[in-house]
Design a binder for this molecule. Structure first.
Ligand SMILES: *[C@@H]1O[C@H](CO)[C@@H](O)[C@H](O)[C@H]1NC(C)=O
Ligand SMILES: *[C@@H]1O[C@H](CO)[C@@H](O)[C@H](O)[C@H]1NC(C)=O
Ligand SMILES: [Zn+2]
Length: 203
């Protein structure tokens, strides 16, 4: 009787722990294992909470709208960054697909390769697609915000973080695209003033 009760209790506890583990958030966060990422060749730790969030678009690969296609986009980006560019890993901390899911890149704790001078103090989020003239679908944008808010709640991103588009901190890139930059400029925490301000390249 007593033994049965204890077993039931342990069982409940295990179920609870696994539920908490799986349902980390109010959005789908796809782990590296789940998109079959290759291992990084090196890892450099960052100190959290980080004060910046930098938004990118992928430009290439283009937008993806299904789990299957977005996983392929992640593989493609990792190949471009790791093999073609010779970096340690896919450059972004996270990417978000048109399937409405967030994909783990370097994650919350490792220095990225997405915005020189900001890499060791920011979470870099790539919104997969080319957003120069079109906007990402609503489910993609809302997942970006949920991901950022999750990072803030967990203490990985500073509560008073500053949000920039890549172009604001990097001379000569159009990233994250005109349409997307205009969109994120309406978001809370966006700041038009970056430490180094670069005007957009001529159209
Ligand atoms: C980031 O790297 C720069 C250049 O190496 C260094 O000066 C700075 O202190 C680092 N910042 C953090 C938060 O580690
Ligand atoms: C940005 O790059 C352009 C072209 O290389 C250069 O002419 C310009 O001076 C740079 N701007 C800044 C602020 O560094
Ligand atoms: Zn970028």
């Amino acid at each position: 009787m007593k033994f049965g009760f204890i077993m039931e209790f342990i069982c409940c506890l295990l179920v609870l722990i696994s539920v908490i583990n799986v349902q980390c958030c109010d959005f789908d966060l796809v782990s590296r294992e789940d998109w079959h990422a290759d291992p990084p060749t090196d890892v450099e730790k960052m100190s959290n909470p980080v004060p910046f969030v930098i938004i990118h678009h992928s430009f290439m690969p283009p937008a993806c709208y299904s789990a299957e296609d977005c996983e392929k986009s992640m593989k493609k980006m990792q190949e471009m960054h790791q093999i073609t560019n010779g970096w340690n890993d896919v450059g972004y901390s996270f990417a978000v697909g048109g399937d409405g899911r967030a994909y783990e890149g370097r994650g919350w704790f490792n220095v990225g390769a997405h915005a020189p001078t900001y890499n060791n103090k920011s979470i870099g989020i790539c919104i997969i697609g080319d957003w120069r003239t079109e906007l990402p679908p609503p489910q993609q944008l809302s997942t970006v915000l949920k991901l950022i808010n999750f990072g803030v709640r967990k203490g990985y991103i500073a509560k008073d973080y500053t949000l920039h588009g890549h172009r604001q901190v990097r001379n000569g890139t159009e990233c994250p695209g005109n349409a997307l930059l205009e969109e994120i400029s309406t978001w809370e925490h966006f700041s038009p003033e970056a430490e180094m301000y670069f005007p957009p390249p001529p159209k």
